[in-house]
Design a protein around this ligand. Sequence first.
Ligand code: LLP
Length: 421
Amino acid sequence: MHEFKYKNNQLYCEDIKIQDLAERFGTPLYIYSYHTLIDHFIKLQKAFCEIKPLICYSVKANPNLALLKALVDKGAGLDIVSGGELFRALKVGCPTNKIVYASVGKTDQEIEEAIRCGILFFNVESRPELENINRIANRLNKTTNVAIRINPDVEPKTHKYITTGKLTNKFGIDFESARQILLLRKALSNVHILGLHIHIGSQITESQPYIAAITKMVDFIGHCYKDGICIEYLNIGGGLGIIYDKETPQTADTFAKKILPMLKKTKLKIIMEPGRFIVGNAGILIAKVLYIKSTPKKKFIIIDAGMNDLIRPALYDAYHNILPLRCTSYELRCTEKVDVVGPICESADFFAKNRKLPYFKEGDYLAIMGAGAYGSSMASNYNSRCQPCEVMVKKNKAFLIRKRENYKDLVRKEIIAVQIS
Ligand code: LLP
């Protein structure tokens, strides 16, 4: 599943002892395993090889250039949601006909940039957006491809903040409105509607919500044919869940087994947009124990990583496994219930609450697992904290893929206008 394993009681990433990386690069530190990353991409590719889908890695999950380059080199396309992500995609040389662009709020400038570089298609989220894309394409004297993002109104059974395919969510277009748009398509002479898109949520561990959504889509596509509308692509989005704790998510193979027959029947070109499935378990966050603090009610392990480095526990109450870098029988025997917290001035700044963990002492390092997706990508400078450096390990080599920020980086964009004082 992933290449973070104990060898001789020491936690390794591939062939490198993580303690050595922590000492060499300092903490907090994000570490990625190259082989885990690529392995997940290939697992999905193999499971669906019968239909050869275009797998567009969802850049938002982790936009580091080195990571994008590694995936693009293996044939991945990219799913983007902003001009900034388009910039990254182009920077790593992603073929533009492998880029798909979603987002409910694309600006004129972003739309223009994407039209000019000739992305595969926009995933359009509303009628006004479609009209705007048509207007901008017309001004540029171009025709551009779009897919209509459908909101299929299904329950993905995940956290409410990462549910996107219900009609109460801001995403996509309901079936009836989508049909109206498709019928009027000829009035929009600078857009070519060639696909349909869904993305129903994230960290989805069962196949049932996908089956429900795709069933509705197959039915809709049937109606489209009857109306004389020819669809070429079906983009089934991302959302595949991973193991953080005791989840039993579907594997790529079981997922494929469930939905392949339906996808094959459509005879359409299939696109997928996985983010977390590819990078989630390929990354960890290493932190150092600064202090152990006992109060009459609790014992706190205070570490040098905070919610600015990894916000998922604070934002979604997300569970991340915490492991010691050294795992002798002593560490395993001495377990105690503790809170693992960061240095930030918020009570939401925690990584574990009332969790039974091995005995940690000041100066020890610990590994926060499953931090590859939506870890570094959601990091901030809150409390004027410098963002961590990032390292990618391939076998016995470690590559710095993002420098640690310094104090100068923190104020680089700020201006003290003399006129103000
Ligand atoms: N496609 C679209 C249109 C999306 O909005 C997303 C994620 C994906 C693909 C990739 O989803 P994935 O395969 O990674 O589940 N910050 C949250 C997750 C937010 C997901 C946003 N959209 C978290 O930390 O759990």
